[in-house]
Every structure is written in C-alpha cells, then in structure tokens.
Design a protein around this ligand. Structure first.
Ligand SMILES: Nc1ncnc2c1ncn2[C@@H]1O[C@H](COP(=O)(O)OP(=O)(O)OP(=O)(O)O)[C@@H](O)[C@H]1O
Ligand SMILES: [Mg+2]
Length: 161
C-alpha cells in the first residue's frame, strides 16, 4: 500500500466533510476490517449528504453538485476523482452512502493482502498510522474524532482542547 497516496485519500475525504457540512458539526473517521477481510476506512459528517442522483457523478473530475455550486464553498471538483483513482489503483473501491440520521458517509474498501495461499488481515499494519497521522491536526481537529476499529471514540487531540 502506498501510504502517502492513502493519506491523500483520507485528507480529501476529511476536507470534504469539513467543507460540505455546517461549521461546528462533528466528523467521524473510522477504520475496521470487514467480515470479508477488507479494510474499510470511513469518513462521515452531519451535512446535507449527497443526493442519490449525484452519487455516480461526484467521482467524475470537475463535477460539483448544485448545493456546492450555489454555496461559497471553494473547490474544483477534483478531490473525489483523485481519491477514486488512488483507490482503484490499490484494487479497492470507494462509495458514498447516507449517514444514519443525516449526512454523508464515504467509505474506502481495500482488499485484504493475500499471503501464501491464505487471506490475512494482519497486513493492514498501518491502521494505527491513520490514528496517529498529523493530517487530522491540519484541519479543524476539534471536530474530528478518530475511532479505533471496534473501539470507543478516542479523545480529541491535545491541540484541539
Ligand atoms: N461530504 C460531502 N457532503 C456533501 N457533498 C459532498 C461531500 N463530499 C463531496 N461532495 C459533493 O461531491 C462534489 C465533488 O467533490 P470533490 O471533492 O471532487 O470536489 P470539491 O470538494 O468540490 O472540490 P476540490 O476537492 O477540488 O477542492 C462536491 O462538489 C460536492 O458536491
Ligand atoms: Mg473535495
């Protein structure tokens, strides 16, 4: 796995969650291994979400939906296209769903590494790197909580308290 490219994916998704949801609302970042052995990275927010009609197009370069175009939110419609190309290059996929309640939940699924004829989840050794990554500190870190897989929300970074 190319860690710097995967960091770019997470940065873009967190950037979107910040830009496309109201100021002060929480953003969740989580990682887990699915029952199929995939690594699932999710970024969710409590913004307006992505209308079903836009869900395919938001991954096209330069597409910004009506809500984004009519707002003052800056952007070129490139972040998700970059995310998708990185994820596809890793053999994975990216999708968006409604967050229960309101908002968007973007998830990246990466295939489990195959080791000597057996599938193993242990090759995702850099999940902890995501939790420690300085990328979250460059954003409104007070709004971001990083959840360990299956665990309770971690405390906010010291810089955000
Ligand atoms: N978290 C989100 N909530 C609601 N809509 C979103 C969210 N993330 C992306 N979108 C929609 O998908 C579009 C494409 O996202 P993308 O990241 O490619 O572009 P951008 O954020 O507008 O600009 P850029 O990433 O180039 O700065 C956005 O313009 C917006 O319409
Ligand atoms: Mg973006």
């Amino acid at each position: 796995m190319n860690a710097s490219q995967m960091e770019r994916v997470v940065v873009n998704l967190v950037d979107n969650a910040i830009k496309h949801s109201p100021s002060g609302t929480p953003i969740g970042v989580s990682a887990r291994i699915t029952c199929d052995g995939e690594l699932q990275l999710s970024v969710e927010d409590e913004g307006p979400g992505v209308p079903a009609a836009d869900r395919e197009r938001i991954f096209e370069p330069f597409f910004r939906n009506q809500t984004a175009r009519e707002s003052n939110v800056p952007g070129h419609g490139l972040g998700l296209a970059i995310c998708q190309s990185i994820v596809l290059a890793h053999g994975g996929r990216i999708e968006v769903n409604d967050r229960p309640g309101s908002g968007a939940c973007f998830s990246v699924f990466l295939p489990a590494p195959v080791q000597a004829g057996t599938r193993s989840g242990s090759g995702f050794g850099n999940i902890p790197l995501i939790q420690k990554s300085p990328i979250l500190h460059r954003h409104r870190a007070e709004a971001v909580r990083v959840r360990p897989p299956g665990g309770a929300p971690a405390k906010a970074p010291r810089s955000a308290r």
